[in-house]
Design a protein around this ligand. Structure first.
Ligand SMILES: [Zn+2]
Length: 265
């Protein structure tokens, strides 16, 4: 067993002994587990998308521009683990309308989503939402609830494959409605402290609802049924904060789209 995993095991043993089996597990589990799990899951995603992940050296300008969005969010002062997690961006050249962030801060964005959105503030909204899932530790919280004590013990006394199994759990994991609402709210909080227009954070849902006849969109909506409700809630929360307008960076966003390679070489 790797020494880093051993440390984790010792820590978890202590936390399981000292904490109850209630809902507050994530408060007792060190954020080192987020980072370990995120790295394990990242290895699997990197393998899964090895032909589609854009090479950072060959697509430096595109990465610089999307990384700048990430940095603005991380510097908002609202991301709790901004300095602690290893926030890292990978762009997947695929038409899928999606983005996700693994525990510990590994962000994946599909070019299909970049192409679909209208402006940089909308993309910042989606990135803020995904960053919030990691920052608010939703995966760890859900896993503690789903797999419970026995799975934690098998991780602790297992042969080291436990972490890999846990990482696979993350890949199949769906967030709860509460998690989604929490991430939506955090996205507004983050963007509100940046130069981006935080009211655009719901732009993705807005567009999805308008386009619900299109096949790829209706498929997305069937797995995210509460989009209408979420769109309105986000706007309401933005108004509660004071309704401050910001930048959409539409021209720069056109440049971002133009930097996406037509194929993956
Ligand atoms: Zn989400």
């Amino acid at each position: 067993m790797k020494s880093s995993i051993k440390h984790l095991v010792i820590y978890l043993t202590l936390t399981v002994v000292f904490s109850s089996c209630g809902n507050g597990w994530k408060n007792y589990i060190s954020t080192s587990i987020d980072k370990e799990l995120g790295e394990q899951a990242q290895n699997q995603y990197d393998l899964m998308y090895k032909n589609e992940i854009l090479d950072e050296n060959k697509n430096k300008l595109l990465y610089d521009k999307i990384n700048l969005i990430k940095e603005r969010i991380l510097k908002s002062g609202k991301v709790k683990h901004a300095d602690e997690f290893n926030w890292e961006l990978k762009i997947i050249n695929d038409s899928v309308l999606n983005a996700f962030c693994l525990p510990g801060g590994k962000i994946y964005i599909f070019t299909g989503l970049i192409n679909y959105l209208d402006n940089e503030a909308q993309l910042a909204g989606v990135m803020g939402h995904e960053i919030a899932h990691a920052d608010n530790r939703h995966s760890i919280d859900n896993m503690a609830k789903q797999v419970g004590l026995s799975a934690l013990i098998s991780l602790i006394f297992g042969d080291g494959n436990g972490l890999i199994n846990f990482a696979q759990n993350i890949i199949g994991l769906k967030f709860s409605r509460n998690n989604e609402a929490d991430a939506d709210k955090s996205a507004i909080n983050y963007l509100y402290e940046t130069e981006y227009d935080a009211s655009e954070a719901n732009g993705f849902f807005n567009k999805l609802l308008k386009d619900n006849e299109k096949e790829e969109v209706s498929e997305f909506l069937s797995t995210h049924p509460s989009s209408e409700n979420r769109k309105e809630k986000m706007l309401l929360y933005w108004k509660e904060l004071g309704g401050k307008k910001g930048e959409k960076f539409e021209t720069n966003y056109k440049t971002i789209k133009s930097l996406i390679p037509k194929n993956n070489d």
